[in-house]
Design a protein around this ligand. Structure first.
Ligand code: BES
Ligand code: ZN
Ligand code: ZN
Length: 510
């Protein structure tokens, strides 16, 4: 998908010449905002009338298109609702923008202008607002058409202008746009990677995607092949890959943005199962096709490293993707098999469908070699996460309060919220094995927790956070800026975390 061109400019809503002018309005706002008053005057009182008749109330989800018949230089006016003022947050703006951009597309307008909303969430800066509008527009217009033989009608929406009222707002708005493009473009990359079916998006194809990222950004890349994994002793990743014809890959991306090359890095590890059949512990047929997205964590890590490099963030970052396909072939792991992981710990595999924690155990053990300042893994890890949290929260576990707080606030900022779950040692009794150091399933009860606790045995003493995105990685229906299918949720959280962290670092160094 080509990313929309977006820029900021100074101007007035009643003089801007555009195919469509979008304005975002709150529910309980009387004709008090200057923009609404200007437009109402130009349209001979039409907006006041719409408000009075309650044809347009400004509720969230609400969008209305009016033709202006030459009364305004803008050909069409699109009103989008933000909901109640006291509930207004950045995500309401992102959502309203998502609905508005779909309306622009329906109207077959190729480009449009959006006025910076004059009623804004408390504490939101010009950066934040512009970043949010950019994200809403790009993510709301996402479509995956790679396998359609008929090209989609029209060119789609190719350009957006953010209208600011003062000249001195243009540069900060442009900086917000730059960030918004980086985060949205990364999410689009993840959605595309996860939408491609598993006969195309194989471990080998993931490796070539990583090569393309390395080439594009100039960051260093190492891909370990099966032989090397055997030499190192990655028994967990190799065990999972055994049932498939597709050879596994172990991908390491390294970006150096810090002033000091040896500054301890942030290390991200992403579960990258290109398809999860469950292996010999075969999954039921229903919804199994969704398991093509069991690589979301890895895709998000890849996209985040690319975004950090493109944004030239001043920090060191490592991305690790253990990649395999989980299949029930003749050489596949059996329930009861014992494997030796890279860390040296042994695991009894009681269920081959609990493969994510296995490949991550090798990924995390490898990650500790970098002595990370922060270690974060992200994975579509458990069905129990879906049961516990539904669709709107990412499950979070961690060993470090500061890191958990930073992830929580990045999630809030990005509209990709996390919810903390307990990482209590008591649960480990469920993971005891009669033959090995531990087993890979925890039995009934607390499935998301026992999975996280399993991972915790491979992270050493480094500050660590685990994110279970099984709840959010796939959407059952289309939402304001989230499509049906792979969502890419988690990507913007990770990038926001890195942006905030590098800003802090810069200010302490100054
Ligand atoms: N990839 C699945 C988890 C998953 C389920 C992700 C639903 C997204 C939606 C994972 O590998 C898995 O199969 N987990 C098992 C673990 C169980 C065998 C302990 C599960 O949750 O059922
Ligand atoms: Zn599985
Ligand atoms: Zn899985």
């Amino acid at each position: 998908m080509d990313i929309m061109r977006i820029h900021a400019k100074q101007g007035r809503v009643d003089t801007d010449r555009t195919e469509a002018l979008v304005i975002l309005l709150c529910e309980d706002e009387t004709l008090s905002t200057p923009d609404e008053t200007l437009l109402d005057r130009a349209l001979g009182g039409a907006l006041r009338e719409l408000r009075r008749s309650r044809e347009f109330e400004g509720k969230a989800h609400e969008v209305m298109l009016l033709h202006t018949h030459g009364k305004l230089p803008a050909k069409r006016l699109i009103l989008a609702g933000l909901g109640k003022h006291h509930q207004l947050g950045l995500d309401q703006i992102r959502q309203a923008m998502g609905y508005a951009v779909k309306r622009v597309r329906q109207a077959k307008a190729g480009s449009f202008t959006v006025a910076l909303p004059s009623v804004t969430p408390r504490g939101a800066s010009m950066y934040d607002l512009s970043q949010t509008l950019t994200e809403g527009a790009i993510l709301g217009s996402y479509q995956f058409t790679a396998y359609r033989s008929e090209a989609p009608a029209g060119k789609g929406v190719t350009a957006m202008t953010i209208l600011v009222s003062q000249k001195n707002q243009v540069s900060s708005s442009s900086e917000g746009i730059r960030r918004g493009i980086a985060t949205a473009e990364a999410t689009v990359f993840v959605r595309d990677l996860c939408n491609h079916p598993s006969n195309v998006m194989t471990p080998t194809k993931i490796a070539s995607e990583a090569k393309a990222v390395a080439k594009d950004t100039g960051i260093s890349l190492k891909i370990l092949e099966q032989k090397e994994m055997e030499r190192l002793g990655m028994g967990a990743l190799l065990g999972v890959a055994k049932g498939s014809y597709e050879p596994p890959k172990f991908i390491i991306l390294q970006y150096h943005g810090a002033k000091k090359k040896d500054d301890p890095p942030v290390v991200l590890v992403g579960k990258t199962i290109t398809f999860d059949t469950g292996g010999i512990s075969l999954k039921p047929a229903e919804n199994m096709e969704q398991m093509k997205a069991d690589m979301t964590g890895g895709a998000e890590v890849l996209a985040t490293v690319r975004a950090a490099a493109r944004l030239k963030l001043p920090l060191n970052l490592v991305g690790i993707l253990p990649v395999a396909e989980n299949m029930p072939g003749g050489r596949a792991m059996r329930p009861g098999d014992v494997i030796t992981t890279l860390s040296g710990k042994t695991v009894e595999v009681q269920n081959t469908d609990a493969e994510g924690r296995l490949i991550l155990s090798d990924g995390l053990a490898y990650a500790t070699r970098f002595k990370p300042a922060a270690l974060i893994d992200i994975a579509t890890l458990t069905g129990a996460c879906v049961v516990a949290l539904g669709q709107f929260a990412i499950g979070m576990f961690g060993t470090d309060t500061k890191l958990k707080e930073a992830i929580t606030s990045a999630g809030l900022r990005a509209g990709e919220r996390v919810w903390e779950m307990p990482l209590w040692e008591e649960y480990f009794e469920q993971l005891r094995s009669d033959v090995a150091d531990m087993r890979n399933i925890g039995g009934r009860g607390g499935g998301m927790i026992t999975a996280a606790l399993f991972l915790s045995k491979f992270v050493g003493d480094y500050p660590w956070v685990h994110l279970d995105i099984a709840s959010t990685d796939w959407s059952e229906r289309e939402r304001a800026y989230i499509p049906k299918g792979p969502t890419g949720i988690g990507t913007r959280l990770l990038i926001q975390f890195l942006i905030t962290r590098s800003l802090k670092q810069e200010s302490t160094q100054a």
